[in-house]
Design a protein. Structure first.
Lengths: 285, 314, 535
């Protein structure tokens, strides 16, 4: 069976792919959606007491703590959130592949050195790095306000990936077929590309999907120290963070971004799983 | 000296190098933040004279090299200095906070293993069937929920609405600690359970395709034994790596979870320290977590060698 | 699934317990409450935060304090006191029967020691509070062992002499760092002074597991005026605000305070809880501060326009009513607040006209620096939308609190920033001199972070500070308020109110505008066995 045939035979993967397309379409349609995600309505968008309004025909998913339309913010936030998660995961994966594969292939001293480098990066408090980057990049006046978030997330989430990739690569390097290939004089690049990479692809896809899921939300944790896209820009993580204490007085502020994130995460994971199974040569046996 | 012993000695030496490096980089990072610890300590009401006095007292007026020398001279004498915020010796704070943190880390890893691994085994065994899909879904939900969110909900539901567990705090006595431990450990383990399940599944599926497993099957070994004896053993390698990573990282502090559940560990302490730019305290916690990570990884690698004999001669 | 379960409303939302029905206050019971952070230290000479103050005020009794629920000074350790006409000499007579919790009597030298210890301790934030005392600078500079301006004619009398008159100095002597400390005890315990308090207050330390729980019991030798009704007071440390409220509902706490907006909304919507919510004003002012030396805020018309742009009614609603619109720096209850002044009205046309006059009719772009605080972010986002209506684009930049604090006091720092100010005392000097006098300007860490210098204001503040007559002071500060309203260095937004919810059996709670929480008159209405009455 070809990978494509295998993929389309996997119901989960097809559902995932469809959902991913919907989510991306959702993000693309944002600028063309009628309601203004930033329009606050304190007089009519909040109750007498100042509490957000629940879902109604006026606002399909209710209003937030400033009387803004939650649905409009959810749609407007899709693009920013997905782009942040995607880029930061790619950054992390690139670092992790470089370090993990090199360490796993070379072994010995280089491996030991690189793994100590990983140890080192794990010992830093992430929040400290976030404060530093937020402060420094604010002064650097970067054109893109999301850059500090992407750099922080990418800079801290590669370590576990690197360890897992290196572990798998080490195992692969010891397997009979790689030993055979090396004995036959295959070049390092050929060994990595033909033998190691396909065999670590499964792990890579799994960790990348997990990294993506976590980065979709990690930005909301960084809001604790003010590192995140600056307000009032809506992102899903920020919406969840702002709504986190409303689970009793206005549960839709938790439910709406929570479900959006949940659906996106499930979609990308199903897709990743499907890809893994379709590409994995052994899965076919 | 045996090979393994030499390996261990070298790695412990490395731990010191890594720790020294980690605190030096952290030091540079804190100094690079455009914020004055003296100002953070004294608040907006402080006059310039008061701030100067505090800067002098804590070596903050000496630039990076001077401050670094000031701190290192303490460390050489086995003294990590005094926390700016609480005026308490950092060693004393660390000694008091490490216990609760290690307890929480072990509990979380325990849950990750006893829940995550069986889920992964079931999923691999029934690959593509409903148990696989159900486990996958549970995993997806687990890994997509951030701790501040899970923590708040779990606390509200199980402690407040259902009253099964205490709402917050550390409790007293072993039983008290355990009762207070359940919810924070569950929250902390949510992401880990999902990750462990997925890695176990993915590794098992790989090794089920290996020749020796097929040989075992061909020899008529029961399916359960194939799975648990032959296929699982090599799959444990990446899992052990993960446990090592988690153990080290969790000792560095589960910041958000400790904060939500008022758990008196290193994470909550370092969070308060970071907001106050309490340099001696931050460095103390980084030092501990650097060592914890190095040691945990050493154990993980040793276990790795023991599990996968093919690597032993490297 | 979790979400769905959490979202459905709870079966009953009301107090689990009720008052036993006693008519008069009586002793007994344990009062339990929680705080958001941990207590850094119990050493009064260095502790300078809301939470440490809760603890210290139970353990110690300074010369003076505020009458419960007010900002009026009353004698505590001091039986009576005299201030000379020109506010330079302060003479105190101490109560004869005050004792430390170990039974030894309190003498005037113990207060002198406490004050001098603050001067000598390099990292004490309080040395600057005593800056006006004669000879204080020599002690600070380590040139003299004792402070020439503090003398003890005998065991019962203490005299403090100031080099410069300061009518607001009396308030300093209500701060916990001025409470008596015994020199021999401080010397004996050494570095452990941070956790071995020896106080003269109504309670004494029973146990403190740091970062978890702080418990005090009634001090048997206390003979002062505070009734100290509860047998024990227990403070849980480091409990998040929404968690505190859940613990209150479960009956694990007797009182909770500073509820976050979502919980406050919720509790105000519950008929059975509503009547137990109390709001009270605090000595604080919130808004946005300009650096008046930087463009475009060097132009008073722009500053006025920003004041006209802010919709203060919207802000009050966003903060669930816990905000009183501000016309200036002085909150209610502070001497010299001009009650006839009105906050700037929300007037878009006027704001646009002023910006036009200043040459910004075609638009203006500014950056606001703020912190990651929930209320601060709400205020900033609301102001951002207000400004958009008058043609100003405001970008919000959120930084960590320490970064914010450092940036603000530096010359050439952010031109526009979120600002909040909590007075150290209810004296106007703590608001006006500290923030807007030109003497408070410095280059690196300026308390006057607006870099506001106005000779007319300086003249009024100097005259008011050195005048011992409170009627004169009121007149001068009224005038100062008008100067600042007309030439605003801030966008005056609101004075924050604090809130608390207590169980029905908690009686006599009198929130303090200065200390926020004050337990001196609290009593627990429990049944005859000391148990809470279930409803």
């Amino acid at each position: 069976m070809s990978p494509l045939r295998r993929f389309s035979a996997n119901r989960g993967a097809v559902v995932g792919a469809a959902l991913v397309i919907i989510v991306i379409a959702f993000a693309l349609v944002a600028p063309h959606f009628g309601k203004d995600p930033l329009a606050r309505d304190i007089d009519h968008g909040l109750t007498e007491l100042g509490s957000p309004l629940g879902p109604s025909s006026h606002a399909l998913l209710g209003t937030d703590h400033l009387g803004r339309d939650v649905l409009a913010r959810l749609i407007a936030g899709a693009r920013t959130s997905l782009v942040i998660a995607f880029i930061s995961t790619s950054v992390a994966l690139a670092i992790a592949l470089l370090i993990g594969l090199t360490a796993g292939y070379a072994g010995g001293r280089l491996d030991a050195f690189l793994m100590r480098l990983v140890d080192l990066s794990m010992a830093f408090p992430v929040i400290l790095l976030a404060i530093l980057l937020a402060a420094l990049l604010r002064e650097a006046d970067l054109a893109n306000a999301d850059a500090p978030v992407v750099l922080t997330l990418g800079g801290v989430s590669w370590t576990t990936m690197a360890r897992l990739i290196r572990g798998k690569a080490m195992t692969v390097m010891r397997s009979e077929y790689v030993l055979a290939a090396r004995a036959l004089g295959a070049s390092p690049v050929r060994v990595i590309v033909r033998h190691v990479l396909p065999n670590v692809a499964g792990v890579v896809i799994v960790v990348a999907a997990i990294g993506f899921a976590q980065n979709l939300l990690a930005e909301s944790v960084l809001s604790y120290v003010g590192l995140g896209p600056p307000p009032p820009a809506p992102t899903w993580g920020r919406m969840l963070f702002e709504g986190r204490n409303y689970y009793r007085s206005a549960p839709h502020l938790v439910l709406a971004p929570g479900l959006a994130i949940g659906i996106a995460v499930i979609a990308f994971n199903l897709l990743a799983e499907g890809l893994r199974d379709a590409l994995d040569p052994k899965g076919a046996r | 000296m045996s090979l393994t012993l030499r390996f261990v000695v070298r790695r412990v030496g490395w731990a010191f190098v890594v720790a020294w490096f980690a605190i030096s980089v952290t030091f540079a990072m804190v100094v690079a933040i455009p914020a004055d610890p003296a100002k953070a300590l004294l608040g907006p009401h402080a006059t310039e004279e008061t701030i100067k006095r505090v800067q002098e007292h804590y070596c903050l007026d000496r630039g990076f090299a001077g401050q670094y020398a000031c701190w290192m001279s303490n460390v050489v004498h086995g003294d990590l200095g005094e926390s700016y915020r609480t005026k308490r010796p950092v060693t004393e704070i660390l000694a008091e906070r490490i216990g609760p943190t290690v307890m929480l880390a072990l509990a979380a890893i325990f849950l990750q293993i006893v829940i995550g691994v069986p889920l992964g085994i079931i999923a691999a065994w029934r690959k593509g069937q409903w148990p696989d899909r159900a486990a996958g879904l549970v995993g997806l939900i687990g890994q997509s929920a951030p701790p501040f969110f899970v923590g708040t909900l779990v606390l509200y539901l199980f402690a407040f609405r259902l009253g099964w567990f205490p709402i917050s705090g550390y409790g007293s006595g072993l039983l008290g600690h355990v009762r207070h431990l359940v919810l924070p450990a569950m929250t902390l383990a949510t992401v880990g359970i999902a990750l462990y399940a997925r890695v176990t599944r993915s590794e098992l599926i790989d090794s089920l395709g290996e020749d020796y497993v097929r040989t075992a099957r061909a020899k008529g070994v029961r399916e359960r034994d194939v799975l648990l004896r032959h296929a699982l053993r090599p799959a444990l390698g990446p899992l052990v790596t993960l446990i090592g990573v988690d153990l080290g990282v969790l000792v560095g502090g589960a910041v958000v979870v400790e904060y939500i559940f008022a758990w008196p560990g290193l994470g909550r302490e370092v969070l308060a320290g970071i907001f106050a730019l309490d340099l001696p305290l931050i460095l103390g916690v980084v030092l501990i977590s650097a060592f914890a990570i190095a040691i945990a990884n050493l154990f993980a690698d040793l276990a790795y060698l023991w599990l996968d004999p093919r690597l032993r001669d490297r | 699934m979790l979400l769905a379960l959490a979202a459905c409303s709870p079966p009953s939302a009301g107090p689990k317990y009720e008052a036993a029905g006693a008519q008069t206050p009586h002793r007994g019971g344990t009062l339990r409450f929680a705080v958001r952070d941990t207590i850094p230290t119990l050493d009064p000479t260095v502790a300078y935060d809301e939470i440490s103050y809760f603890a210290l005020r139970l353990l110690w009794e300074p010369l003076l304090d505020y009458a419960p629920g007010s900002a009026v000074l009353v004698g505590r350790l001091a039986e009576r006191w005299e201030v000379t006409e020109n506010a330079t000499t302060f003479h105190f007579w101490l109560r004869a029967d005050s004792r430390f919790s170990d039974g030894t009597p309190v003498v005037a030298a113990d207060v002198k020691f406490a004050l001098e210890r603050a001067l000598r301790t390099p990292d004490s934030p309080f040395s600057q509070w005593l800056g006006d005392v004669t000879g204080a600078s020599e002690v600070i500079a380590n040139k003299a062992p004792h402070c020439a301006g503090i003398s003890t004619p005998n065991e019962r009398e203490l005299v403090i002499h100031l080099e410069h008159p300061n009518a607001g100095f009396l308030y300093t002597l209500a701060a916990p760092f001025t409470a008596p400390q015994r020199e021999s005890h401080v010397a004996a315990v050494g570095a452990d002074v941070r956790r071995t308090p020896l106080g003269n207050g109504p309670y004494m330390l029973d146990r403190w597991s740091e970062g978890e729980r702080f418990v005090v019991t009634r001090n048997p030798v206390y003979s002062g005026a505070q009734p100290a009704y509860p047998d024990e007071i227990e403070m849980l440390e480091g409990v998040a605000r929404d968690t505190q409220f859940m613990m209150l509902e479960q009956g694990e706490l007797d009182t909770a305070y500073r509820l976050a907006a979502p919980d406050l909304m919720w509790v105000k919507a519950q008929p059975r809880w509503r009547s137990y919510v109390k709001t009270s004003t605090m000595m604080n002012t919130q808004g946005f501060r300009f650096d008046v030396t930087q463009k475009p805020f060097d132009d008073v018309r722009v500053r006025r326009a920003f004041n006209y742009a802010l919709d203060r009614a919207h802000v009050a609603k966003l903060l669930v009513g816990a905000a009183l619109p501000a016309h200036g720096m002085l909150p209610p209850g502070v001497l010299g607040r001009d009650e006839t002044l009105q906050p700037y009205p929300h007037d878009i046309a006027k704001a646009r006209a002023l910006l036009g006059e200043a040459g910004y009719g075609t638009g203006l772009e500014v950056e606001l620096v703020t912190i990651a605080d929930e209320d601060a972010t709400k205020l900033a986002e609301s102001f951002q939308a207000d400004l958009a209506e008058v043609g100003v684009t405001m970008h919000i930049s959120v930084v960590a609190f320490s970064v914010y604090l450092t940036a603000l006091g530096k010359r050439g720092g952010p031109a526009l920033a979120y600002a909040g100010w909590l007075g150290d005392s209810p004296d106007p000097t703590s608001f006006l001199d500290a923030k807007f006098a030109s003497a408070a300007i410095s280059d690196d860490a300026s308390p006057n972070d607006s870099f506001y210098a106005n000779p007319k204001l300086d003249g009024l503040l100097d005259a008011a500070r050195t005048d011992g007559d409170s009627n004169n002071r009121i007149r001068l500060y009224n005038e100062a308020e008008r100067v600042l309203a007309d030439d605003p260095p801030w966008v005056w937004a609101y004075h924050e109110a604090t809130n608390e919810v207590s169980q029905p059996y908690v009686k006599g709670m009198a929130p303090s505008p200065v200390w926020i929480r004050d337990f001196s008159t609290v009593w627990l209405d429990l049944d005859e066995h000391g148990e809470r009455v279930e409803r």
